[in-house]
Design a binder for this molecule. Structure first.
Ligand code: SAH
Ligand code: SF4
Length: 348
């Protein structure tokens, strides 16, 4: 079977193809070519060799749905027939130009999957319902971004968030490889500071990621301030409790200017009281943090309920008034089930 060339770092390609590795990266990621035959500055013989042993495109777009807010959800078929979902989130950003006028700028965030299914099994998450199937390879992660890049002509650089299906730190080596391939200067050149790894809190792996000092952002899915409640939401909390996560975050190498993002899924009558907000403040004391409050997005068969808008506002206000930067995540793409926790494997 042909190998996926997107699975290879530039260094690995260098050891096989020498200085041609740089040219290959350029053709694949910057010129977005999908056929080796079009790579004009490579010798014909090499092109034929590559053609024989490697593939560039491994994902097939089975479905593409656009939500009313412009969010696009892709359903990709992997070579073994499994599927993953990837979400493109568009934002308009306003910026004051040199002459004082307001410029509209398009911003894109690609939300990628790292696994088919997930082992963590959070009780509120639709991805968890299908169990765990397999890890994605580095190339399968990278190709989600590459495929979308091909469609975003002349855009400003996109951000990448590892917040799709799966627990990124549970697929550690492939995640790290994908981060590096995506940031390669001859490739897509998406700097680590534009990449955010979201984790349900595997403390030991947060440390491991920190030790590599890649410069990526981390987002911690905290969701609760008591271990009892958190364990109900995220069973793995038994092994990696709240304090172990907070300690790991404190050890994580962070540029002074940056804040660690904590995600807090707000569920009615579970964790939405001001009592919880108060505990949250205490817990994050001493960490340069920002907190992203997420409305629980219901799905079929889920026992939880969305919080009221009023309780969400009160929760956010409570934190903001006491100096903890809290934002409420505008759920994107709800009408096409592209919002947080709504991604899953699908058979069409
Ligand atoms: N596995 C990683 C990354 C993917 S999940 C993690 O858990 O962090 C991305 C985010 O969506 C997480 O913060 C997750 O808690 C949240 N999420 C999961 N199910 C949700 C739901 N039903 N409603 C809203 N957010 C949800
Ligand atoms: Fe896995 Fe994240 Fe869903 Fe939990 S919320 S089951 S860790 S994908």
């Amino acid at each position: 079977m042909k190998k996926n060339i997107l699975d290879f770092s530039k260094e690995e390609l260098k050891s096989k193809f020498g200085f041609r590795a740089k040219q290959l990266y350029h053709w694949i990621y910057q010129k977005e070519k999908q056929n080796f035959s079009e790579m004009e500055n490579l010798p014909k013989k090499l092109r034929a060799e590559l053609e024989e042993s490697y593939k560039i495109s491994n994902l097939e777009t089975l479905q593409k749905q656009e939500a009313s807010d412009g969010t696009v959800k892709y359903l990709f078929r992997l070579p073994d027939g499994r599927t993953v979902e990837t979400v493109l989130i568009r934002m308009r950003e306003e910026r004051v130009g040199e002459s004082g006028d307001i410029l509209q700028q398009a911003r894109y965030t690609v939300c990628v999957s790292t696994q088919v299914g997930c082992k963590v099994g959070c009780s509120f998450c639709l991805t968890a319902k299908g169990g765990f199937v397999r890890d994605l390879s580095a190339g399968e992660i990278v190709e989600q971004v590459l495929t979308i890049r091909r469609e975003l002509q002349n855009s400003t650089k996109e951000n990448v968030v590892y917040m799709g299906m799966g627990e990124p730190l549970d697929n550690f080596d492939n995640l790290v490889k994908a981060i590096n391939i995506l940031q390669d200067e001859n490739g897509l050149a998406i700097a680590p500071r534009r990449q955010t790894v979201s984790t349900s809190g595997i403390s030991t792996k947060i440390d491991k990621l920190g030790s590599l000092d890649l410069g990526v952002h981390i987002a911690i899915s905290l969701h609760a301030v008591d271990d009892e409640v958190r364990t109900e939401l995220i069973p793995m909390n038994k092994a990696f409790n709240i304090q172990s996560i907070i300690d790991a975050v404190k050890r994580f190498p962070y540029d002074n200017r940056k804040r660690v993002m904590f995600e807090y899924l707000v569920i009615r009558n579970v964790n939405d009281s001001l009592q919880s907000a108060k505990k949250l403040l205490k817990l994050l004391d001493g960490i340069k943090a920002k907190i992203n409050l997420i409305y629980f997005n219901p799905h079929e068969g889920s026992e939880f309920q969305r919080p009221t808008e009023k309780s969400m506002m009160e929760f956010a206000d409570y934190l903001n008034q006491r100096g903890l930067l809290a934002t409420i995540r505008a759920s994107k793409g709800i009408d096409i089930s592209a919002a947080c926790g709504q991604l899953r494997e699908q058979n069409l």
